[in-house]
Structure formats: structure tokens, C-alpha cells
Design a protein. Structure first.
Length: 254
């Protein structure tokens, strides 16, 4: 084959290759545009997972601005969880310039259909994660969660009224909300109710009832709960007479 023929042949092959690349690029561009305009559910989930990776530093360095971009992209693709995570980041100024008002508004609007978000809202308000702390607004958010039957709302209220750090202590209210939590299945709430009854804290003292609650809880209690029950009688709890035999029994079950 002559040099001229070889040259023409190579030029033809190169042109064919370039045309193929161009067509592939065009096809890829069309696919990306279609995904952007009509995102598939799996696309939204993938973007959400990428946001989680970069926000948590799971296998990659933490990169909050990138995480925020992925969350907003996933939210735009229709993922409601990503919308809330982006709103939390916006409210706290994580990876994006803080806009607490807008971030909290997004979460508040979504909470009507998902009461657990009232707890998220309260958590942001109670200790100043989203601007100045507003414990009264946090209480209202937790109360909304509680009214909707959310146990976490009950527990947040009980703990706030018990410790009296963010709001004035009110152990009677703490007892009421711990009791709601216990009725909803919270083991930690049941241990608190037992302690408060044994001590007479926030309710009339009733040692027998407190002990009965613990006895009913013991067969199904988690190891963590059994340790807390042991701590009640190990001389670590103000107002509860030490009972080392009982404490050891709980610790051994754990």
C-alpha cells in the first residue's frame, strides 16, 4: 500500500472515530438532560446517598458544601428526605450560608404531614443550632409532636422539664410526659417513672408501683435498660436506698 493510500485510510478511520465520539457525547447529553427534566426515583436516591457520604465522611473526607449540593439536587429530583436534610443544613449554616428562617420554614411546613419533623424542629430551636435559642418555640414544636403521638416528642418534653436548664423545671410535667413515653413503649421512660415513684419526685411516692414497673420491664428489657435499672439500686441515685442484691441481679441479666 502506498504512503498516500495509507494516509487516506488512517484519516478515514480517524474521522469515523471522531463521529462516533461526537454521537456518544450527544447521546450522553440527551440522557443527562432527560434525567434532569424527568428524574428517575433511583436518581434521587443516589444523590441522597452521595449527600450522606459527604456529610458523614463515610469513606470520603467530609465536604459539607458538596453534601448540600447533592441534597438539593436530590430534593429537586423529588426526594423528601433530602429536602429536609438540605433545610437542616441551611438552618444551621452547614456547607451553605446560614438562612435559619428559610430552613426552619421548610421543616415546619413539612412537619404537618410528618410529625417526627416537629422533633427535628424543636432540636434546632432548643439550643441555638439555628440562630438564637428559643426554648419556648421548641416546647411548642415538641408539644405538636407529642399531640401527634410521637414518643420522641414526649421524651424531649420530659427531659426539658426534668433538668430545668432551658426552661423552668417542672417535675410534675416531666412525670406526665415520661408516663406518656412509657405507655408508648419507651423503656427509658419506664425506668424514669419507676425512679420518680420510688423517690416521690414529681408524683406521690409509691415504692410498690415503681417496683412493679421494673418487674414487668425486666423480662424484655434491653441490656442498656437493665444497666440503668441496676444503677437505680447501686447507690448512684439520690433518694433511692441502695439494694446491691437487686443491682447485681439486673447487671447480671444485662
Amino acid at each position: 500500500m502506498s504512503a498516500n493510500n495509507l494516509s487516506r485510510r488512517l484519516e478515514g478511520q480517524l474521522c469515523s472515530a471522531l463521529v462516533g465520539v461526537a454521537m456518544a457525547v450527544c447521546s450522553l447529553g440527551s440522557a443527562v438532560a432527560q434525567t434532569r427534566d424527568n428524574p428517575a426515583p433511583d436518581t434521587a436516591v443516589a444523590l441522597l446517598r452521595l449527600g450522606d457520604l459527604y456529610s458523614q465522611g463515610s469513606g470520603v473526607p467530609v465536604d459539607l458544601p458538596r453534601a448540600y449540593r447533592y441534597y438539593t439536587a436530590a430534593a429537586a429530583a423529588g426526594d423528601p428526605s433530602a429536602k429536609i436534610r438540605a433545610a437542616e443544613m441551611l438552618a444551621q449554616g452547614d456547607g451553605i450560608q446560614q438562612d435559619a428562617t428559610r430552613g426552619l420554614a421548610v421543616i415546619s411546613a413539612a412537619a404537618a404531614g410528618a410529625p417526627t419533623l416537629y422533633v427535628t424542629l424543636g432540636d434546632l430551636l432548643v439550643d441555638g443550632k439555628a440562630g438564637p435559642a428559643d426554648p419556648n418555640a421548641a416546647i411548642r414544636a415538641y408539644e405538636a409532636a407529642s399531640l401527634a403521638g410521637n414518643i420522641d416528642g414526649d421524651m424531649r418534653l420530659a427531659e426539658l422539664y426534668l433538668d430545668g436548664k432551658s426552661i423552668p423545671a417542672d417535675h410534675a410535667k416531666a412525670f406526665m410526659y415520661f408516663e406518656k413515653g412509657m405507655d408508648g413503649g419507651s423503656e427509658s421512660a419506664a425506668v424514669q417513672i419507676a425512679r420518680m415513684l420510688i423517690v416521690g419526685d414529681g408524683a406521690q411516692q409509691d415504692v410498690a408501683r415503681g417496683s412493679q414497673i421494673l418487674d414487668r420491664l425486666r423480662p424484655k428489657a434491653s441490656s442498656r435498660t437493665l444497666v440503668a435499672m441496676g444503677d437505680l439500686f447501686a447507690g448512684k441515685t439520690v433518694g433511692v436506698p441502695p439494694d446491691l442484691t437487686r443491682a447485681v441481679a439486673y447487671y447480671q441479666l444485662a
